[in-house]
Design a protein around this ligand. Sequence first.
Ligand SMILES: Cc1cc2nc3c(=O)[nH]c(=O)nc-3n(C[C@H](O)[C@H](O)[C@H](O)COP(=O)(O)OP(=O)(O)OC[C@H]3O[C@@H](n4cnc5c(N)ncnc54)[C@H](O)[C@@H]3O)c2cc1C
Length: 412
Amino acid sequence: MRIAIVGAGLAGVCTAYELAAAGHAVTVFERRASVAEEASFAPSGLLAPALALPGLLPARNLGTLRWRWSRRQARRSPAQAAREAQALQLARLGHQRLQALRRALPLDDEAADGVLMLLREAKHLAALQPRLDVLAAAGLAVQVIDAAACRQREPGLNAEAPLHGGLVLGPGSVGNGRLFAQQLRAQAQRLGAAFRFHSLVTGLRAESRSVLLSHEPTSAGPAATRREAGDTQPQALCPQTESFDSVVLCAAQGALPLLQAAGQAPPFASTSDATLTLPLRVLEAHPELGPQAGMLDAREGIAIARIGQRVRVTGPVEAADHAHLHKALQHWLPGCVQQGQMQASTRQRLLMPDGLPVVGASALPGVWLLLGQGGEAGQGWSLACGAARVLADCLAGLTPELDISALSAARS
Ligand SMILES: Cc1cc2nc3c(=O)[nH]c(=O)nc-3n(C[C@H](O)[C@H](O)[C@H](O)COP(=O)(O)OP(=O)(O)OC[C@H]3O[C@@H](n4cnc5c(N)ncnc54)[C@H](O)[C@@H]3O)c2cc1C
């Protein structure tokens, strides 16, 4: 089949790889200059299927009042349990697939094992218990450990910081999402996938047995540069329409205008996250400095991860100077980074009211969706690896290894 993918973030790249590996002719359209330039640029890097479950981190105050009302309704709905169960299975499949790709290809994305959720007080554990019961029912092992065991796993933790205990979210690892996307792109290209950068998809139209995809060069692209230089080669310079057997929309926010034009508008809200990446201080006398792998502050919803020889701190956007992220890092792992050479970025993620991804067919025949996988705790990377696998089966007309029907865009 001839398949187009819109968007070359982690979702698009994982989908391109799986579809190319299944023997399809894959073309990826991306408006930016390379892969992983938007939400996939600097994810926290925590990979733990358990985090795909909504309600483990404090709810963010986002969206309109109406959206927040929808969130309350969605989470009380009797259908929510089935949706959560399918999302957890998808995240588990994704984590297995990700580990398998890391080993088989092989990919080196600065991975380290372990994700620990830090609980400052006993009441945080008590509040999370109903969610932990859901994880246990889904077969996801969450080990409750005391403060001493947390410090044994993460010896760099501040001895002065009040700590009741922690949750070891298994299976769990950390990695560099952008590096993973770059390496997987190369593997997808090796299998024949074509990547067209600086190409903005502007419209989709379903025909009886195909989808017409319109695209045009972005102003930063080489075609536009040639146009400015007076090159009149029409093929490369003009908006074009091409026909594909199927299209997979992995365009995050960029998918919304395309879906709205086609009469479908999933009720997404956007949330902004800030990321700081700083060099780790490497001191021979203090090898314990910094995180060993990944950790999450359950009260603040802030993630800290070791990415090779760097430390990444991620959380909701609160202020331009990201003082709350610096404060959290200093609170948990004092003095572990060099303050120079800090990279800061802010990115948006899509959230459905139920806190779960949208995966499956759209209302437009031949158009499939892989969207809003950030979830509350941003598990879009692991979910992308599982969803890409399931979508590859769906597009080939095979029965997928998981039922994802509850995660369709049409869910109420
Ligand atoms: C700060 C932060 C921390 C996160 N932490 C984690 C984590 O710890 N663990 C985890 O698993 N996940 C995490 N995530 C989530 C994960 O990174 C995202 O789910 C994932 O990167 C989203 O990938 P995506 O491909 O859907 O979106 P994106 O990476 O945003 O990719 C969408 C792409 O589509 C392109 N595009 C859009 N519209 C068009 C168009 N019309 N034509 C052509 N191209 C178009 C965009 O340019 C973009 O490149 C985090 C996300 C953020 C922002």
